[in-house]
Write a protein that binds this ligand. Structure first.
Ligand code: KG4
Ligand code: ZN
Length: 338
């Protein structure tokens, strides 16, 4: 079976091909120009997807040594994401499916991330705990099978990646914030400042907006960002990164104490963070659980995870009609029990 996957939910245009269980292409074109605006500009994102998608599909087919006619399933992210951006990939995929009489599968972007660990050689084993940490979402989930996903907790305000992006902006480090904070933190002292994180003790929920405000207050107390030297900025970045990772690890630990699982997986853009990887690996080793953190190319937004999720849905007898509409929020069209 050959699956063509398309991802255009935010600022990455990506096309992937899975051919008989083998990923033969995962092309990702990132819209770097958004950094000039300090964040993703939706209208510019849609236009850029429109320009690059067709050439990217052609390259992915060439790289996989196949023609469009050989594809069995055409899949696209349908949500959550930016509506205009989603419309580009979804409409393109539906158009192809219609003109070539192929099966069409609409994929939930978060479900794509949840199962992205399966793109690795060493895959998660059911049941597993997964921490989805991206720019738009922070979720802790118990995954029992490809169609049974239970939400344990989520953020009550900012997503982890969003907190990285906002604090990086505040520290004058630029966009996207995650990699910039990590780089600054590499030479910083995480113990110079202790930033508190709301614990929300009885639940598996997260809260990062208070942390963001603490960093803002701290910067203001120093007389503003212009009064802070580079080493001090690196120390703030390191302390902030430490606080986010501590909060994520605390809830993961609580879930490991309460659920009998075989594996732990950390996915989404923030899973690229080296401190989070290190602490999550330490924790999983302590509990003697297998840990799967996808490679960088599968952590951020990519079509390989969309093609893989589509394949699992199709194998479970699921495909979609061509009147399928894009959706902005997570709570629609998903296997998640919220
Ligand atoms: O999953 P993703 O590519 O897009 C969304 O679906 O949101 O995640 C992007 C997020 C951004 O907020 C970015 O700052 C964050 O992932 N990120 C990181 C790192 N690399 C990317 N956060 C922390 N450390 C990193 N190394
Ligand atoms: Zn994502």
């Amino acid at each position: 079976m050959i699956v063509l996957g398309i991802e255009t939910s935010c600022d990455e245009t990506s096309v992937a091909v899975i051919k008989n269980d083998l990923l033969t292409a995962n092309l990702i074109s990132s819209q770097h120009f958004h950094k000039n605006y300090g964040g993703v500009v939706p209208e510019l994102s849609s236009r850029a997807h429109l320009q690059i998608l067709n050439p990217l599909v052609k390259s992915a087919l060439e790289k996989s040594s196949i023609t469009l006619n050989e594809v069995d399933v055409i899949a696209s992210t349908a949500g959550p994401g930016l509506i205009g951006a989603l419309l580009v990939g979804l409409t393109y995929a539906k158009g192809l499916a219609l003109s070539l009489s192929k099966k069409f599968v609409a994929v939930n972007h978060i479900e794509g991330h949840i199962f992205s660990g399966f793109l690795m050689d060493d895959k998660p084993e059911f049941p597993f705990l997964v921490l989805v940490v991206s720019g738009g979402h922070t979720l802790l989930l118990l995954v029992k099978s490809f169609t049974e996903i239970y939400k344990l907790g989520s953020t009550v305000d900012d997503a982890a990646g969003e907190a990285f992006d906002k604090v990086a902006k505040l520290l004058g480090l630029g966009y996207p914030g995650g990699p910039k904070i990590q780089k600054a933190a590499d030479i910083g002292n995480p113990e110079r400042i202790i930033f508190p994180v709301a614990e929300l003790k009885e639940s598996y929920n997260f809260s990062f907006s208070g942390l963001k405000t603490s960093v803002l207050r701290y910067v203001q107390q120093q007389g503003g960002i212009d009064k802070i030297d580079n080493q001090h900025i690196a120390d703030i970045a390191a302390a902030f990164q430490f606080a986010v990772v501590r909060a994520l690890i605390q809830k993961l630990k609580k879930a490991l104490d309460n659920f009998d699982v075989n594996s732990v997986s950390i996915v989404g853009g923030v899973a690229a963070n080296s401190l989070l990887k290190e602490k999550a690996t330490e924790l999983a080793n302590k509990y003697k659980k297998k840990i799967v953190i996808p490679n960088l190319e599968f952590c951020g937004d990519n079509a390989a995870m969309i093609a893989f999720r589509a394949k699992t849905l199709f194998e479970n007898g699921i495909s979609h009609n061509l009147d399928y509409k894009p959706y902005p929020a997570l709570d629609e069209h998903s296997f998640l029990s919220l």
